[in-house]
Design a protein around this ligand. Structure first.
Ligand SMILES: C[S@@+](CC[C@H](N)C(=O)[O-])C[C@H]1O[C@@H](n2cnc3c(N)ncnc32)[C@H](O)[C@@H]1O
Length: 282
């Protein structure tokens, strides 16, 4: 492991370890913008999970799992999931997507969540016990080197995690390895769209909380998926983080975004977006 990757791994663990501890010690959701700026145009509520998921999807999910939600979308909404399937969540956090998957696959199915942060695994395991979700298992590990058997998974989901990885080639190669033939990958993640001035791009990284690994363009992101061998790749939706309405952003946001950069209105489909991406292993 090179030094840069090692130091990013420890930054990930201390950052997300603090978030997990916050959820354990405060009986409230993480602040909306704790891991970046919240996507606009979603339901106006202070709980991120209530913006990302339909109310019916949150039934029976333990409160601390809902409070720990720091995703940027709803990967299961673009996946087809069936009873009896084996599902893997890359960067499972407090477990919110795993628990939804556990209800869909039922007793005959199985769900594995992999996360690099020990405190997140502890939190997710407590949530699993609260829910009595016996078909879910959380494994401590890296998504670049999955502790999962080859050709064993029907569906991979991931919610706002792969953008953090410094080695996306390894992530998608590993995803390809563990999926069965015909298996699906359904991801929501943050990407950049359009031609952005380098200083604006750097400011967006800071504003959006991309403090560990710089954000990449949608095209570059899709290229990793193609390169790993996936087929039938679709971008099902793109949700803006609201940069086109610069005037409506709060003062602190405007200040961050205009450091060494004079703001001018962005062309359509330019800026920071949450993308929902689906693909299949041949
Ligand atoms: C933004 S949070 C998303 C958590 C969860 N998917 C959700 O929607 O609430 C990112 C999670 O990915 C984990 N993570 C980040 N980089 C990772 C890596 N390289 N391998 C495994 N887990 C990672 C973090 O520990 C954290 O729990």
């Amino acid at each position: 492991m090179n030094g840069n990757k090692k130091s990013k791994d420890s930054t990930v663990q201390s950052r997300y370890g603090q978030f997990a501890e916050h959820v354990e010690t405060h009986d409230e959701p993480l602040p909306l913008n704790i891991d970046g700026y919240e996507p606009k145009g979603l339901e106006p509520t202070n709980r991120l999970a209530e913006r990302l998921y339909a109310p019916t999807q949150l039934i029976d999910i333990p409160e601390p799992a809902i409070n720990a939600s720091i995703g940027c979308g709803n990967p299961l909404a673009i996946a087809s999931i069936k009873a009896g399937e084996h599902v893997l969540d890359l960067g499972s956090g407090g477990g919110i997507d795993c628990f939804q998957a556990s209800k869909a696959v039922g007793d005959e199915g199985y769900v594995i969540g992999v996360d690099a942060t020990p405190e997140m695994i502890t939190l997710a395991n407590k949530n699993r016990e609260k829910m009595g979700a016996n078909n879910v298992e959380f494994r401590l590990g890296q998504i670049e080197q999955l502790p999962v058997e080859s050709n064993s998974i029907d569906l991979i989901i991931s919610n706002c995690v792969i953008d953090i990885s410094p080695d996306k080639t390894a992530v998608f190669n590993e995803a390809f390895r563990v999926l069965k033939s015909g298996g699906q990958i359904a991801i929501t993640d943050t990407v950049l769209l359009g031609d952005l001035h380098p200083q604006l791009k750097a400011n967006i990284d800071i504003w959006s909380g991309a403090v560990i690994t710089p954000l990449i363009s949608l095209e570059a992101y899709l290229a990793y998926i193609v390169e790993a061998g996936f087929i039938d790749i679709r971008v099902d939706s793109l949700t803006s983080y609201g940069l086109e309405s610069f005037e409506q952003l709060d003062e602190a946001s405007q200040k961050t975004l205009t450091q060494n950069y004079e703001w001018s209105p962005l062309p359509p489909k330019t800026g920071l977006y949450s993308a929902a991406i689906w693909a299949q292993k041949p």
